[in-house]
Design a protein around this ligand. Sequence first.
Ligand code: VAH
Length: 312
Amino acid sequence: KILIIGACGQIGSELTLALREIHGDNQVIASDIREGHEELMQSGPFEILDVTDQAAIASCVRKHKITDVYLMAAMLSATAEKYPDKGWDLNMNSLFHILNLARDKQIAKIFWPSSIAVFGPSTPKQNTPQQTVMEPSTVYGISKLAGERWCEYYFRNYGVDVRSIRYPGLISWKTKPGGGTTDYAIDIYHKALENGTYECFLSGETTLPMMYMDDAITATINIMKADPQLIKMRSSYNLAGISFNPEEMASSIKKHLPDFTISYAPDFRQKIADTWPQSIDDSRARKDWGWEARYDLDTITEKMLSNLQSLV
Ligand code: VAH
């Protein structure tokens, strides 16, 4: 059986529904520190679980006979800059608890999300390679780089089957934005529909690697079902969707909402975004386990606006 930790989060809530579609509702146990939205809570078993509580995780694993764990709980970049100690504790201790369960043969397989935040100001910004200089300057990025090193260590030294993806900024409509620097790319659609205008906390030319959630879910499911021999990178895989900036998003939105206007008021999150790459080379993921992105910016805009309009 599968346990999703952080099932109420931006990725976790959609990953839970997708895995339940594939494996059956009762094969996928959702868990989080608090309850989530109705669709998630009604779709199958749920446990309140504090991912920093090792004993609680171990007993949940035993109770439900869990074999695979998707560890989707983390404090994202903007929030972690406000609470560095808490960000480090949550992001690292949660990973150690799950890696140790696998080391001790209590679970068989782990998915753990990394991020393009592992790259820093000295990393090449265009077509960032799978292996390159990585000097992240944010708490979140430091925790994700350290986490990648530990995943590879547990694979090499204890044979732990842990698999990971460096997600770009993810765009989705089912949950509210949650403390990410790239969350302007979600907020903009909500504000475009609500107010017809958006004040963006990044400058208009801040190009970042982004991805529609459906692509991210497909990649997550595919890397986890791939034959273990194909997974050559046991730190984490670069993954690319589409790179764009707020100006380009505004133009895409104007094709549907001609009167939409955008203004720019960069805040502390601009400094975070400026340390990240603008585009990613994901040729290793394509080669090793057949990754292929599907959604471009105009398709993302069309799906975001139509799905959000159906909510109101
Ligand atoms: C964040 N959405 O903004 C996350 C992601 C690459 C960015 O890790 O923190």
